[in-house]
Design a protein. Structure first.
Length: 436
């Protein structure tokens, strides 16, 4: 294979998501991945790296799982796709809807399928607004989201994303989205009062903010949010696109907080990224209300809602998570990871804070005056770690200087130690260069 040719073609023809086009044009792809096994990825030049981010927080059962390839092949050969509009259905979609509503806390009893997280969130906003229309409260259309949140890049999801850069990308956004500081329930209450409670359709929140830098809510935060929702009759939507399906050491992140939302969005981990699938679970009450109050058609649906092959892979993926006790493993390895990161913090001066839940973890960096580094050091740590064979993520949005980790849920104790060893070396190299 002519790798150089592929690099040239990549520069010329492939627009990469969330990338500096200029940098990509100048440097070309750093890695053209070719194979994956477990927590490891290998590129076309033979470089092996630990996938410390589960790629995009999603490859939960690890790379190269034949079982998922077999499930896809079997379903595709039988029936890859058929419409699920109106009265059409298929077996994998039905069984997956049953399975995930069994896993989710009652009364989340029905599912609307999408192809990913952005579509799931857009669906939730539309269902919430439609629900209030049917209830005779058309003025309830505002959605409250939180600063540092990330909900995706479709127009609705971008409009709900608290990370400002994403919203400034186009400036012109969907109307009726409002923001409040994450974890500040006093500010949430003031915003609702200022806007008028009767104008608020829903609040959306990630159980653990992911792309925003792994921010774990205080213990009572979501109970307070839920109380506020109940008091003002506002729907609570949780975005479990990252936290769903075991990532935090429980099936769903909200279980840590003992709060059940009215709608729950999911994607990523439902298929471990092997095929595109997402969706929204809704409560039995909303389901019933939609049935009772709606006289017409639910005019919302994607071609791929209930995609047979994607749902077959989802079913097999959940079977693997259950069979291999991966939710429990995420909890145990997550504790190990967090403890080891605390140890790195005690050893390295530039590390100012460590946080995490299950297999989502983050470290923040500051200079010798406890001030932010200018420029941030996390991109340099990311590069050093990659040189040593670890993919992590650097977060510099919203004035943060943070390294994030989210390895596959199949990770072993020894593999977790390997990540820690590499990260510590990478931080040490950068500290020696930037801290004097
Ligand atoms: N919501 C959260 C919390 C996410 O982290 C993401 C993606 O990273 C999304 C939504 C968007 O999902 P997708 O990229 O599948 O559209």
């Amino acid at each position: 294979v002519d790798i150089q040719r592929l690099e040239e073609l990549d520069k010329k023809h492939f627009l990469h998501p969330t990338t500096s086009i200029k940098e990509q044009q100048e440097a070309g792809p750093a890695f053209i991945f070719q194979t994956g096994k477990g927590i490891y990825l290998e590129d076309m030049k033979g470089t092996t790296l630990i996938d410390g981010m589960s790629s995009l927080w999603n490859v939960n059962v690890g790379h190269g799982r034949e079982e998922l390839a077999d499930a896809a092949k079997e379903q595709m050969a039988k029936l890859a796709f058929t419409s699920c509009f109106s009265t059409f259905s298929n077996e994998p979609a039905i069984l997956l809807a049953k399975k995930i509503t069994d896993l989710a806390p009652a009364p989340l009893t029905a599912v609307f399928f999408t192809s990913g997280g952005s579509e799931a969130n857009d669906t939730a906003y539309k269902l919430a607004r439609h629900y209030w229309l049917l209830k005779g409260q058309p003025e309830r259309k505002k959605i409250i989201s939180r600063t540092k949140s990330y909900h995706g890049v479709s127009m609705g999801a971008t409009s709900a994303t608290g990370l400002q850069g994403f919203r400034e990308f186009t400036k012109s956004l969907a109307p009726d989205f409002h923001f409040v500081d994450h974890f500040d329930t006093g500010a949430l209450r003031r915003l609702i009062e200022a806007e008028g409670p009767e104008t608020i359709a829903a609040i959306i929140a990630e159980p653990v903010q992911g792309a925003g830098g792994v921010h774990v809510a205080p213990k009572d935060y979501f109970k307070e949010v839920k109380d506020i929702c109940t008091q003002y009759g506002i729907l609570l939507i949780t975005d479990e696109v990252i936290t769903g399906f075991g990532r935090t050491g429980k099936w769903f992140g909200m279980e840590h907080y003992g709060v059940i939302p009215d709608m729950m969005c999911f994607a990523k981990g439902i298929t471990s990224g092997y095929v595109q699938l997402g969706g929204v679970m809704i409560s039995e009450q909303i389901h019933n209300d939609l049935k009772e109050l709606s006289s017409g058609t639910l005019l919302h649906g994607y071609t791929y809602s209930g995609h047979a092959m994607a749902c077959a892979v989802g079913l097999k993926n959940i079977e693997l998570i259950e069979k291999e006790n991966l939710v429990e493993n995420a909890r145990a390895r997550g504790e190990q990871l967090l403890k080891s990161l605390e140890w790195i913090k005690s050893e390295r001066k530039i590390v100012s804070a460590v946080r995490g839940l299950g297999l989502m973890a983050a470290l923040d960096f500051v200079d010798q005056n406890q001030q932010p580094f200018q420029p941030p050091v996390s991109p340099f740590i990311f590069k050093e770690a990659a040189k040593l064979g670890l993919i992590c993520r650097a977060v510099t949005l919203n004035a943060q200087d943070t390294i994030v980790l989210a390895p596959p849920l199949i990770i072993s104790k020894e593999e977790t130690e390997k990540i820690i060893h590499i990260l510590k070396e990478a931080i040490k190299t950068v500290e020696l260069n930037y801290y004097n």
